[in-house]
Design a protein around this ligand. Sequence first.
Ligand SMILES: Cc1cc2nc3c(=O)[nH]c(=O)nc-3n(C[C@H](O)[C@H](O)[C@H](O)COP(=O)(O)OP(=O)(O)OC[C@H]3O[C@@H](n4cnc5c(N)ncnc54)[C@H](O)[C@@H]3O)c2cc1C
Length: 405
Amino acid sequence: MIDFQVPADLQAVQRRVAGFVRAEVLPAEEALGDGIESDEALEAIASLRSAARAAGLWNPHLPEEWGGMGLGPLGMALVSQECGASGLASLALNAMAPDEGNMHLLLHAGTPDQRERYLRPLADAEARSCFAMTEKAAGADPAGITTMARRDGSGWVLDGEKWFITGAAGAAFAIVVARTDPDAKPRDAYSLFIVDADLPGWNVLREVPVMGTHLAGGHCEVAIEGCRVEATSMLGGVGDGYKLAQARLGPARLAHCMRWVGVAQRALDMASAYSLRRETFGEPLARRQTIQNWFADSAIELYASRLMVLHAAYLLEKGVEARQEVSMAKVYVSEALGRIVDRAIQVHGALGYSGDLPLERFYRDARAARIYDGPSEVHRMVIARNLLKVAMEGNGTKRATGDPT
Ligand SMILES: Cc1cc2nc3c(=O)[nH]c(=O)nc-3n(C[C@H](O)[C@H](O)[C@H](O)COP(=O)(O)OP(=O)(O)OC[C@H]3O[C@@H](n4cnc5c(N)ncnc54)[C@H](O)[C@@H]3O)c2cc1C
C-alpha cells in the first residue's frame, strides 16, 4: 500500500528544514572548514541548536510532550533527507544517531522513571548516550554475544566486552545488550540494561581509529567488568533484548537511509554545478557524454533510493510490518550512496579528492554504511530468505519485492 500524496503539513516542515539547512547549517559547516572533525565543531553545534530551537525545529522525532515536533517515520524521512546535506544538521535538530534511536527505545520500552531519568536529558541535549551490542566476536550474527548479566541480590552484575560503540566516550549512559539466559535460544537469551557511565566496571578503553569522520565520542572499545546495576536498570523485561534491539534497529536503519539520500543529493548537486563551470579542452564538463551518463545514473539511483525510503517510512507510519522493505532500502541506498559520491569526486578531479570540499568526507563515511546496522550481505541473506518463503507458497514473489498495491 502507498499514498503518493505527501501531506501538506509535512511538505511545509520539509521546506522549513531545507531553509534552515541552507541558511544556518551549510554556512556554519563552511566556516568550520577542516575544523568540522575537531572540538571547534562543538561550539558551532551548540549555536545551531539554539537556532533550531528558536525556529521550532527541535526534536522532530519526539512527541510534543517531550518538547518535540511529533513527526512519525514519514515526516522524519522528509526531514532527514534535508538534514543529510550536512553532518551538522541532524545534530542541530537533536535527531542524530545513536541518540535518536535510543530516545525512541526509551519512549517505547522505558518505565516512567527511566524516561524521566534518561530520555529527558537526551531530549534536552544535556547528555549523550550509546547503544552497546557489537562484540569483537559477534557483529553481524548477534547469536555470538557473550556479555553476561547474572542476578545479584536485587540487581544484576554484567561482565563482557563491546566494541565499535558509537559515542561511548563521554556518553552519560549506555543501553547494553547482555545475555541473561545462557541456555535459551538467541531470541529469548538477551536483555537490555541501562548502564550509567560512571558506574564502577564500565570502562571505555579507547576510541578505535576509523577511516570515517571523527565524531564526538568516537567508536569505542569497552570493557565491562563486574558492573553492578539495579533491577530497575533493565529496559523492558527479562529476555526482551533481541526483540527490542530489532524494534530499535528497524527505524534506525531507515533513518540512516533517509540521511544518505540527502548526502547523495548534495554530492550530485555539487558535481552538476561544477560540471557547468569547469571547462576542459574548450568545453564545459557538462557537455561530455560520459559525465552526462554519470549524472543520469546518479539521478536514477537517487530516485529509486528516495522512493524506497518514502515507501518503507510510509509503511512504518501506518504500523505495517516492513522489515523486507527496510532491508532492501538499507542495501540499495547505502550502495548507491557510495557510487554517487564516487562519481561526484571524479567529476571534481583533484579538488574532489581534497579536504577543501566535503566530498572526501562523504566518501569515507559512505564506506561504513555498507557495514553498520547489518552488512549488505546479511540483509541480502534475509531478503532472499523472505522471498523464498513467499515463493514456497506457490503464488510468485511479488509480496516480497516491495509491491505497493
Ligand atoms: C562506523 C560504525 C559504527 C558502529 N556503531 C555501532 C554501535 O554504536 N553499536 C554497536 O553495537 N555496533 C556498532 N557498529 C558495529 C556494527 O553493527 C557491526 O560492524 C556490524 O554488525 C557487522 O559486524 P562485524 O563488523 O563484526 O562483521 P562480521 O559479523 O564479522 O562480518 C564480516 C563480514 O562478513 C560478511 N558476512 C557476515 N555474515 C554473512 C552472511 N551471512 N553471508 C554473507 N556474508 C556475510 C559481511 O561482508 C561482513 O561485512 C558500528 C560499526 C561501524 C563500522
